[in-house]
Design a protein around this ligand. Structure first.
Ligand code: ARG
Length: 578
């Protein structure tokens, strides 16, 4: 494992510089594998030691680096030390590299890289991740899809690193639109259609009643009446609303399952109606509330207290807003689930909303709001299917599966598959995910079916293909005896490059956990797949003596295991054949 080498280099530095070992752990990092062969495995930035105050930052950096490099001794772990441009490079003994990196795979518990001491500095305890959060009767747009897969990635990552994770879906299940929906259902609704195709029917009713309300005054009145009944919890209106909600949750659960996603809690804005009023009382008694000329109640968030930045928490008719419910929801979650950190995942148009939310919580002395975070992402343009616009999550998944199935139908393996639809679904979903996760989350991107489904290049299909190929290699060589590994049989450049790359796995996970960006992991796995593809060509298993075949198989099955583990964290289910 990478930890073994990092520790050993840190110990060396510690002896030389008279500082505790831990001061050096995060300064030692694995060298990324580039095109040409590379001899060093780890690097130490002397400048970063200066910056963190571990060593004095006086004098010439280059001289200091060279002096330190000269002082460090080679030993049974490190076989070469060199320095250049303020960086010291370390090369570890080749056989030890092979042995230490392949050892963890003997356990077969897929925990490679997941128990790294690098994670000790991360936030521990319970992480509440709120994501997906669509609105009942409305369109499930690209923003909801992004929130769904990004939130799932964050939850998976935190869980893999040992946190207790709560996955929450916060439905848009309250507000005047439910007055409209209720009034609309009275007029155009149909229980049978609601049972047969619930999401479609609710959506249709909602679209129709909105259109109608534009020129029909009575609809507006009926909607207000219906919503008032809801707010007063009158039985009939409430039971219809409850039916809409239950049926929607049930439908969503099924579609999320296709994505391999589950939620521990289906919460929603409706849960915090009454609490929102309490929040307003608390704000008032703390003197944080001001009333405007229009009769709305606002919190003044300007540092100077001159109302230059304010947030409305109560309408003039006394009803609460989206933000008020969010304040109430956050406090309620803290009390119920005692989270250490909470993460909200939505598109960047809500950045200001969450900024204000956290400011209000802090103003109310909820210091835990410091550990609340909004992960925001950019917009997706042009998410369409062949038949038109995407309205439901199901539409995108169906299209991905159909297109993938079409692409697969040409190949021989597809004909031998038990369930090609299932494989096409999993591969199609990985294409969606990789397209989405490749760049920084805050960037906008253009949705492109053709490109994301290509088998070559940096796509989810390529990841799946690489995984399936490794599985097939392992299957075809099941007869090869597993003896003791002879590390001297894996010293070719192609094998070493894979192992050097694996040295970075825990660093990549650590970095992902810090900035919550999936691109590090995606790029790591794509690179791993490329390295494996080149190694596969040059280092065949078949036709070689047993000990060579066996050593190579070890290497490839280790790579497969990391590929699968990383894919799972991204939210991708690896397939065994395709
Ligand atoms: N339902 C909202 C929407 O579709 C997203 C909810 C985000 N979460 C929150 N706590 N406000 O835009």
């Amino acid at each position: 494992m990478a930890c073994f080498f990092r520790r050993s280099i840190a110990a060396k530095l510690s002896r030389s510089l008279q500082q505790p070992e831990d001061a050096f752990i995060s300064a030692v990092s694995a060298v990324p594998v580039l095109k040409k062969q590379q001899s060093a495995d780890f690097r130490l930035s002397v400048n970063s030691l200066r910056l963190s105050g571990v060593i004095p930052s006086r004098g010439d950096l280059q001289q200091q680096t060279e002096a330190l490099a000269r002082e460090l001794q080679k030993d049974s772990v490190v076989e070469e030390i060199s320095s250049a441009n303020g960086v010291i490079h370390f090369r570890v003994h080749r056989k030890l590299l092979v042995q230490k990196m392949l050892e963890p795979f003997e356990k077969e518990d897929n925990s490679f890289g997941l128990n790294s001491e690098l994670f000790n500095t991360l936030q521990r305890g319970t992480t509440l991740v709120e994501f997906s959060s669509p609105n009942i009767a409305k369109k499930f747009h690209a923003g909801h899809l992004r929130s769904t897969i990004i939130g799932n990635f964050i939850a998976n990552l935190k869980q893999s690193l040992g946190n207790n994770v709560i996955r929450m879906n916060y439905l848009g299940d309250w507000g005047m639109q439910f007055g409209l929906l209720g009034a609309g259902f009275d007029q155009f609704g149909c229980q049978e259609k609601l049972r047969e195709n619930p999401l479609q029917h609710l959506f249709d009713v909602y679209v129709r009643v909105n259109r109608e309300a534009e020129h029909n005054e009575q609809i507006g009145q009926a909607a207000r009446d219906f919503f008032r009944q809801l707010e007063q919890r009158e039985a009939q209106a409430t039971s219809l609303w409850q039916q809409f909600r239950d049926i929607t949750v049930k439908e969503y659960q099924q579609v999320y399952q296709r994505l391999g996603i589950h939620f521990d809690i289906y919460s929603g804005e409706s849960f915090h109606q009454e609490q929102a009023q309490e929040v307003v009382q608390q704000l008032r008694s703390r003197g944080l509330l001001k009333t405007t000329e229009k009769g709305t109640a606002v919190v003044d968030l300007s540092p100077a207290g001159d109302m230059s930045s304010l947030c409305t928490v109560l309408r003039s008719d006394g009803t609460s807003l989206y933000i008020t419910r969010d304040v109430a929801a956050a406090i309620d979650r803290k009390e119920k689930y005692h989270f250490k950190e909470m993460i909200y995942v939505t598109d960047k148009s809500q950045e200001n909303h969450f900024h204000q939310l956290f400011q209000i919580l802090l103003a109310m002395d909820h210091s835990w709001a410091e550990r609340c975070q909004h992960v925001s992402f950019g917009l997706v343009q042009g998410m369409k299917t062949r038949t038109g616009e995407v309205v439901f999550l199901e539409d995108v998944l169906d299209e991905a599966r159909a297109r993938m199935l079409h692409n697969m139908s040409q190949t021989q393996t597809t004909k031998e598959m038990d369930n090609p639809e299932d494989t096409a679904e999993k591969v199609g979903i990985s294409a969606l995910i990789v397209q989405d996760f490749k760049g920084p989350l805050r960037s906008d991107y253009k949705f492109d079916w053709e490109r994301m489904l290509q088998a070559q290049g940096d796509t989810g299909v390529f990841l799946q293909y690489s995984h399936a190929r490794l599985c097939s290699l392992i299957r075809r060589n099941e007869g090869v005896e597993a003896g003791t590994l002879d590390p001297s049989l894996l010293l070719e450049q192609r094998s070493i490059a894979i192992l050097q790359h694996l040295l970075r796995y825990d660093e990549v996970l650590h970095q992902s956990a810090q900035d919550l960006q999936p691109k590090h992991l995606v790029n790591f796995l794509l690179k791993l797949s490329h390295l494996v593809a080149s190694a596969h060509k040059e280092l065949p298993v078949k036709g070689n003596p047993d000990n060579v075949a066996q050593a190579r198989l070890r290497l490839f099955s280790g790579a497969r295991s990391v590929l699968a583990s990383g894919m799972r964290i991204l939210g991708i289910t690896p397939v065994d054949r395709m």
